[in-house]
Write a protein that binds this ligand. Structure first.
Ligand code: GLN
Length: 313
């Protein structure tokens, strides 16, 4: 079946918001200095159905940087552009079991990134977007993510500048990939494009529309545009199920049962294939870098709305 009635969905979203808003666990990311200024009380939930129905509660229209959630949609766009096999030849689909910015995960596998949802694999994936310059690659990515969102997404210049001054580790990962001959574009340019894609400003509402597009076989349920193919959507959701929540992906799948992706600014998108997607925003994170309130709200909503992929009833 699909989602419960509109009234029921609104009720359940309001319950989830009221229940977790008082939870104050987790800490706001500060390794990117500007992110430390986020208001830890912000909490927004949005759900968009494949039928285009939209539900929101709390700070669902507040802008924040998409960060690692961009990895999911850039992976989909690159698979659409060059084919899933060409991407898979370069980047795997298994969980690293290690933090998202691990250099060790790369070294342990002869410089071959284990999956596109950690920094090494995402940087390699960004470099695979066919383009003749970094600037063109950035515009293709920004346009592609905008088509997923159904509106033009803009760079948060402050986040971009803050991360550009402090992303030595991502430069090191790109250089390491290059040293193994596993980077398809210039290392500095690629990190710059990757840093920009992570600094795109989105809302919980945007994340829900972007996720609902993957839930809907690549068709944006608001604009009606086919952004990627149904096969690419399926492949992207499979990678999100195994790798989207970093080293917590197994626990997440066990408890919530949905492909999902998190970002260090506090966003999460969780996708229910054929039904719709949840977008959540709350900056305080757990040790893996996943939003605490967002995870709890997704768990509550997955149960209350019958979204868990593995549940037979
Ligand atoms: N831009 C961030 C980084 O590369 C993204 C990390 C994240 O959201 N987990 O460190």
């Amino acid at each position: 079946g699909g989602l419960p009635s509109k009234t029921r969905v609104n009720e359940v979203l309001a319950e989830a918001h009221a229940r977790y808003a008082p939870h104050n666990d987790g800490v706001v990311a500060d390794y990117i200095p500007i992110l430390a200024e986020a208001d830890p009380s912000m909490f927004g939930l949005s759900l968009v159905g494949v039928n285009g129905h939209t539900h929101q509660v709390g700070d669902a229209e507040i802008a924040f940087s998409i960060q690692s959630i961009s990895k999911a949609f850039v992976f989909a766009l690159v698979c659409e552009a060059i084919g899933h096999n060409a991407v898979h030849d370069r980047v795997g689909v298994n969980n690293t079991g290690l933090p998202f910015n691990s250099v060790m995960a790369l070294e342990l596998h002869d410089g071959s990134p284990m999956n596109p949802m950690v920094n090494a694999g995402a940087i390699a994936t960004t470099a695979m977007m066919p383009a003749t310059s970094g600037e063109e690659r950035w515009q293709l990515i920004r346009n592609g993510l905008s088509r997923f969102a159904g509106r033009e997404l803009m760079l948060d210049g402050e986040v971009y500048r803050s991360e550009s001054l402090t992303n030595q580790r991502n430069h090191a990962i790109a250089k390491l990939l290059d040293s193994y001959d596993r980077l398809d574009a210039n290392a500095e340019d690629t990190v710059d494009v990757y840093t920009r894609q992570c600094a795109l400003a989105v809302t919980a509402q945007d994340l829900a529309v972007m996720g609902a597009t993957l839930a809907d076989g690549g068709v944006n349920p608001i604009t009606g545009e086919q952004v990627v193919s149904a096969e690419v959507s399926r492949d992207t959701l499979a990678v999100l199920a195994s790798c989207g929540m970093y080293e917590r992906s197994g626990e997440w799948l066990f408890e919530i049962g949905l492909p999902a992706k998190s970002g260090v600014a506090g966003g999460i998108v969780a996708i229910s294939p054929g039904k719709g997607a949840l977008g959540t925003y709350s900056p305080p994170l757990d040790e893996a870098g996943n939003s605490v309130r967002g995870q709890r709200a997704c768990a509550y909503l997955s149960r209350a709305l019958g979204l868990n992929l593995f549940a037979s009833t």
